[in-house]
Design a protein around this ligand. Structure first.
Ligand code: HEM
Length: 289
């Protein structure tokens, strides 16, 4: 039997069916802006398959936007020593990353002929130019001032990215939080130039090693909260690695070893990007536990 839904308040409805009369646009439209979203698709070719490529790309942009929001929320919470709020945001982001990765489905099996039907219409456009993806990568520590160059003539986007370049990333805030809890994170790492790519540090590896080695220790030597944070970050790192690899395989299937529309060598360039570890010491410390 279908459970009976809670009844609507008398002012919201006159019977057991939804309201049909609104004085202006619907409250749903005011909130969701669905008509704006569904009018943002302007395919460049006559190929009916291009809509799938365009909408999937736009959907991924929305996931990128949400992930940036979650990780900025988590970074802020860590800065304020509010671990529950940080873990809540990071936990949401794990589910969102899973959905982002599931979004590859419509594009994961394109044949070269199918992709070619609209590829030339894309001109020089490439996901490489996605400013939101770049912010996401900056938050993960993959910083690079050179990545600002494509936005030199788009001042608002450039300013946002430049701010993100110089701000501590999510992992920087994690390491500062660990240091405030008494873990011996090296000073050089805490005071590093935030605009530089984060590189693995043996002192940070030693911190994670201590946290992981003490898992379940009965003498109170463990730091269960740091371990929980470490595992949530590991999950995020793995899902990002999966996104990069899903992208790599979809690209290999759709265009083989041809150069990318953004001017790179294509698959060979993406392969190098896909091997990078997010939160590197969380992976290497495991070898020593
Ligand atoms: C089958 C479809 C796709 C192909 C063949 C493809 C191909 C490529 C290639 C060759 C590059 C390297 C840069 C270049 O020279 O263009 C690239 C980069 C990139 N693409 Fe795609 N792509 C596809 C789908 C997507 C989708 C749906 C997104 C979602 C927004 C996306 C986002 C990106 C991003 C963010 C980069 C930069 C990666 C980085 O900086 O490490 N791509 N893509």
């Amino acid at each position: 039997m279908t459970p009976t839904p809670p009844s609507a308040s008398p002012s919201a409805s006159t019977g057991d069916t939804p309201n049909l009369e609104f004085t202006g646009t619907t409250p749903y439209e005011q909130y969701v802006r669905a008509s704006v979203l569904s009018h943002l698709q302007q395919p460049l070719s006559d190929d009916p398959g291009e809509m799938s490529f365009l909408v999937t790309t736009q959907v991924m942009e929305l996931w990128f936007t949400l992930l940036v929001h979650e990780w900025e929320t988590a970074a802020r919470a860590l800065r304020g020593d509010d671990l529950p709020a940080a873990l809540a945001a990071l936990g949401r982001s794990v589910y969102e990353l899973q959905s982002l990765n599931d979004s590859w489905k419509p594009l994961a099996h394109l044949t070269p002929a199918q992709f070619n039907r609209y590829r030339s219409a894309l001109g020089d456009a490439s996901g490489f130019q996605s400013a939101m993806y770049r912010r996401l990568e900056f938050l993960l520590g993959e910083k690079s001032p050179a990545m600002l160059v494509p936005y030199r003539h788009a001042p608002a986007v450039h300013a946002e990215l430049e701010k993100a370049l110089h701000e501590p990333g999510l992992y920087d805030e994690v390491l500062r939080w660990l240091a405030r809890r008494g873990h011996p994170v090296p000073e050089a790492v805490l005071g590093r130039d935030m605009a530089e790519r984060y590189t693995a540090d043996p002192g940070v590896e030693a911190v994670w090693l201590r946290v992981y080695a003490a898992e379940g220790a009965e003498d109170g030597a463990g730091d269960a909260e740091a371990l929980r944070l470490g595992e949530t970050l590991t999950e995020i790192g793995e899902l990002i690695w999966r996104w990069r690899n899903n992208h790599l395989v979809a690209t290999r299937r759709a265009m083989g070893a041809k150069p990318g529309t953004g001017g790179s060598s294509g698959v060979a360039w993406l392969e190098k990007r896909a091997t990078k570890s997010v939160f590197p010491e969380l992976w290497t410390a495991r070898s020593h536990v």
